[in-house]
Design a binder for this molecule. Structure first.
Ligand SMILES: [Zn+2]
Length: 200
């Protein structure tokens, strides 16, 4: 599947389910990766309207604004994004955004450094969920086979997993994914990783 086909599929998904932040995020990210920065802005802003806590969306939006030479907008997005991601403990996007801000000649805000996500769980629980941040017990069994299934088992709580199963079904239907094809499986997995906030 080439880039344009992927973009078209994500656009369909965003349109079919306008309140689902994931479709808009995938669309904005794919457009930015294709160098279509001006088109990427609207879907990425839409993500943040739906979910202002979506750390990674700030990062992708700020990079698109920077590449459009809209320095002022990029700096504003980075400041909000660093604030949100630091509070949430999303260190990867936070540190990437702090670097971007420094490259733009600005001083990043002081970081509060809350505990790292996916670190040791609190006593009495098996894990700290990567999506909702709550302490939880491991699910009774691994939800599916393979390395990714193992990561889900070790880092995701059951309610968040169930939520993904619903969203994932929409992803399959709206994008017309045939999971027998490796490309479709890859798109599905990427959405799952994104939704469950499993760091790569
Ligand atoms: Zn959870």
């Amino acid at each position: 599947m080439d880039v344009d086909q992927r973009i078209e599929q994500f656009a369909k998904m965003a349109e079919a389910d306008p309140e689902n932040e994931l479709g808009h995020f995938s669309l904005g990210k794919a457009l930015a990766e294709a160098g279509r920065f001006d088109e990427a802005i609207t879907p990425l802003r839409r993500v943040l309207d739906i979910n202002p806590e979506y750390s990674k969306a700030y990062e992708v939006l700020a990079a698109a604004q920077r590449d459009l030479n809209d320095r002022e907008a990029a700096v504003a997005t980075l400041r909000s994004g660093i604030d949100v991601s630091d509070r949430r403990g999303d260190r990867m996007p936070r540190d990437a955004m702090a670097r971007m801000l420094r490259d733009l000649g600005e001083t990043p805000p002081e970081l509060k450094n809350p505990p790292r996500k996916q670190a040791a769980p609190p006593p009495g629980s098996d894990l700290t969920c990567s999506r909702c941040g709550r302490a939880a017990s491991r699910m009774d069994k691994q939800p599916f086979k393979g390395e990714l299934g193992e990561r889900v088992l070790n880092h995701v709580c059951e309610p968040c997993w169930r939520e993904w199963v619903g969203v994932g079904t929409k992803v399959i239907n709206e994008m017309g994914l045939a999971l027998s094809s490796p490309q479709a499986q890859q798109i599905y997995d990427e959405h799952m990783i994104e939704f469950l906030q499993l760091e790569q």
